[in-house]
Structure formats: structure tokens, C-alpha cells
Design a binder for this molecule. Structure first.
Ligand code: ZN
Length: 288
């Protein structure tokens, strides 16, 4: 099943109210009405209301063309966003870093969340804005100390994400958090594809495309620490909760590693595609 958060009308997302919907046939959305308050509520109560959501989607009593709605980030305000660094061999090689012995985690600011087709800032103070195509895991179950074997049952679904990164701010200090947390630098979506529909998340082609030029072209089978390793590691430290967002790392081909390096500039369009999950596309704009 594909679950989206949307507003009616293609206009700015500060108008109207958020609604939940099921995407069918890749091009229409079925509003789910008052089934849940928001996506986090839907995920938390999925065991009780998932069947009803499927029934509503199947009945399709009302449908809207996707072109008539504004898709927001499926979870506009997640409890937390965690992201892993240096997690594909080719990306590790292009950065010149050593293969990490331990998973390298950082957080992204909640204010960084933006929609799958919304503008993304080139911040006033930035020197080098970059893209990172990433599989995004959406947590389904609240809990700690998940084993690798128990981790799949704790996942609700997956999205396409861009871990937008300001390299100058990222690398001028030992901690990457500021460089990863500029407002609008966490677009994801276009919807959540539920885990049952995705199947094995470690066989998905993933691509990062800038102005039509494919810069990243890899497969999630090349993750160093896979999705289950990641949930096991994180949940030793913190309680994972329904709707938490986890960026799982980017393959090689980022702008900072090109020769010469190629930062994003205003007007650039960055499209991220992942097999079975769809695509997001954001235009970069000078911060207003
Ligand atoms: Zn990343």
C-alpha cells in the first residue's frame, strides 16, 4: 500500500489542511477521511485500522488525480530523523575515508523536513550544497533493543529521500549536524510504500539525477550496514517510535567528490528515484 499526506489543490502547502490518502494506480489518491489524525497516528494504530485503510483504498469511493493535490512529506513532523554516514563502499572510497568499524550516526533537524516536490533552499550562508540519494526507513513499532531478526517487524515502510548536505558546514567541525540540518534539507516521499509491498529492501536500484544527468546509480544491496543492522544499533541507544525517519546512507556520485567538485546552484533540479518506491524531485532556490 502507498500512503501519502496531502492537501487539496496544487497551491502552497501553508493553505488548507493535511489529509491522509492511499495512492492507487500510481496516479490517483483516495482520501482516507477521519481514519487517523495524521500519519504518525495511522502508523501507531495500523494493527487496528490497517484493514479498514485497505478497504477504503479498494473501494475508492472518492479519488483525486495526483496532479490536483499537493503532496507533503508523508510525515510532516516526525519525532526524530536519524541518518547514517559513509554506508556504501563506493561513497566511502570517493570521500577517501576508511571503512567505518562502527555505524556513524547523526541527526537531521525536524525543521529540515519538506515535501517531495517542494523547493529546497540554497542557504544564504552556504558555500557548497550537495545531494545524497537515500533509501528512507519509516519505523512502525515503538521499542528498544530490537535484534536484527526482530528489526523487519519494526519497520512500517520505505520512502525516497534526499539527505541534502551543506559540505562547508558539515566538514568544518567534527560533528555534522549543522551541515545536515538547514531548513528544507530533508525532503522525502513521495509517499510511504508499506514494507509488505516493498519486500526485500536490499535489492532496490537507487539513482540521483541532477538536471537530467544521472550522477548516482547504485543498488541498496551495496549498503555496508543494512536496514536491519541499523535498527538494531540505533535501538540499543534510543526508543524508536512510530513515524521515526531513518536515512540509510548514500552511494557514490555526490557533487563534492566530482573532479572538479560541483555544488548545486539555484535553479538546479534534483530527482531521486528508487525502484518500487517512486521518485521525488526538488528545485533548489536561493533562500528568501
Ligand atoms: Zn546521507
Amino acid at each position: 500500500m502507498k500512503l501519502a499526506t496531502f492537501r487539496r489543490g496544487p497551491g502552497p502547502h501553508d493553505q488548507g489542511r493535511n489529509e491522509l490518502g492511499a495512492v492507487i494506480e500510481g496516479e490517483r489518491i483516495v482520501p482516507l477521511g477521519a481514519l487517523a489524525r495524521d500519519m504518525i497516528d495511522l502508523i501507531a494504530r495500523w494493527g487496528a485500522i490497517g484493514d479498514e485503510a485497505r478497504r477504503l483504498a479498494g473501494a475508492a469511493a472518492e479519488t483525486l488525480p495526483l496532479s490536483d493535490v499537493h503532496l507533503l512529506a508523508p510525515i510532516p513532523r516526525p519525532g526524530k530523523i536519524m541518518a547514517i554516514g559513509l554506508n556504501y563502499a563506493d561513497h566511502i572510497a570517493e570521500t577517501g575515508a576508511a571503512t567505518p568499524a562502527h555505524q556513524i550516526w547523526f541527526s537531521k533537524g525536524i525543521n529540515a523536513v519538506t515535501g517531495p516536490f517542494d523547493p529546497v533552499d540554497i542557504p544564504r550562508v552556504s558555500r557548497f550544497v550537495d545531494y545524497e540519494a537515500e533509501l528512507v526507513t519509516i519505523v512502525g513499532a515503538r521499542g528498544r533493543h530490537f535484534t536484527r531478526d526482530a528489526a523487519p517487524a519494526a519497520v512500517f515502510g520505505f520512502c525516497v529521500g534526499n539527505d541534502v548536505s551543506e559540505r562547508f558546514w558539515q566538514n568544518r567541525t567534527a560533528q555534522w549536524v549543522l551541515g545536515k540540518s538547514f531548513d528544507t534539507h530533508a525532503p522525502f516521499g513521495p509517499w510511504i510504500t508499506t514494507a509488505d509491498e516493498v519486500g526485500d529492501p536490499h535489492v532496490l536500484g537507487i539513482r540521483g539525477i541532477v538536471n537530467g544527468e544521472t550522477r548516482q546509480d547504485s543498488n541498496t544491496r551495496h549498503l555496508v550496514f543494512n536496514v536491519w543492522d541499523q535498527l538494531a544499533e540505533l535501538s540499543q541507544v534510543m526508543t524508536l517510535e512510530p513515524g521515526d525517519v531513518i536515512y540509510t546512507g548514500t552511494p557514490g556520485g555526490v557533487g563534492a567528490a566530482m573532479k572538479p567538485p560541483r555544488p548545486l546552484k539555484a535553479g538546479d533540479k534534483v530527482r531521486i528515484e528508487i525502484d518500487r518506491l517512486g521518485a521525488i524531485e526538488n528545485t533548489f532556490v536561493a533562500e528568501g
